[in-house]
Unconditional design. Sequence first.
Length: 472
Amino acid sequence: MSKTNSGLIAYALAQLGKPYWWGTFGQTATASLHSAKKRQYPSYYTASDFPKQYGQRVHDCIGLIKGYLWSDTPTSVPTYVGAQDKSASGMYSVSTIKGRIGTFDFVPGRLLYKGSSPSKINHVGVYIGNGWIVEAKGHAYGVVKTAFKGSEWTYWSQCPYIQADTKKDSGTGQETAGTASKTMNGIDISDVQWKNGLRDIVAFVKANNIDFVIIKCTRGEGTVNESFKPWADALTAADIPWGAYHFLNNNSTEPGASVEFDNFMKYFAPYVGKAAIFLDYENADMGFAVGEGYAKEWLDKVKEATGVTPIIYTQQSRVSKLGAIHAAGYPLWVARYGKNQKITQFNPNQTCEGIAPYSEALIFQYSSNLYLTGYGGKLDCNVFYGSADDWKKLCEVKKERSMISIYGQVPRLRRGDKGTAVKVWQSIIGVEVDGSFGPATEQATKDFQTKHGLTADGIVGTKTWPEGLMVL
């Protein structure tokens, strides 16, 4: 007998009001079934009302789907099929058409899941259309009809053992508040694309229905992308959601997280509050060689100076080593490409598993082989699990006093520098004001830093300048 989405819906509706028994899939409740299940799940079968439910057809949540698969009609005896005996998470795993709830297409007969990650899915229901679900909710509820709320469900799939013979509906009745059912498609670009002719970023974004853009700002201790300012200004003026990233670089030396941070803020400072901030932490240029602590120090400095919470970017295989970064609350942008075959359009129905200690990624870079109209080369392809309003929250300055308003007007100073800024600093620390940052100025700077509880490195950066300016 052919199994279809419409058949699953009819079966689920026929079970409304029937009891929930854990570990069952449409059998008729009897004393012998009760006894067997009680031996199997002694901690569950403790309620006194099970005998009152004898004679009724019973299911658990995944059993509602298996009951349909293994029964000829909504009332016939099910025949067990081992190859289809999956848990709720197992059913999601073997499904080929699936995704996070933000990509749900509202096709009646799809399965909806709850769980913090695909491997931790613990409940499943059947979307029956027009914003409604049938689910075997638990022993206290039985099989019930509930309204779809995107904030309560986390994943969806097409059951791989049945044919989708229904068409998507409007989802009338679904939760519209919040952003649980939204995703955005985006690209990340750098001087590579700039030098290959991608100059008018606004026109390119609009022509290809791109929702957000992440652009490279700086690299290491002294490099800035030629494309950064023109792209940043254009995206800001066009009110297109965007972000900027710094590429952690320790290829030949280890300049220090403070130095790399100073380089980034030198160019990004005018855009604080206007764009999201990312740190590109990967194996290239020995980024991984210095370890998580180095990357976390950069993230901490950004958050302290700007009031914006930055996001860590890395490959899936490295996420397990981000325990401290995860614990500190920095969101994850993760890359995993699979076969990475050439694609010509976005496919937001993507999930990335195996990212513990994170339960989910904020952004998933699922391809580096995307080709779009107006640019001849390949692009990185990303999905953001949120809406435009959610993106704005990534850019928000979440503290009242930010040093960036101060730091954005003064340069980083160290031994060997000359000029007016050096004179200002010398007047603050009480040495000869000659405009030349020599040994005496360096030592006085270290003394000043020690006095104010700062790292005595003799470099006037994002923490030393504000302390000094408050002395004036």
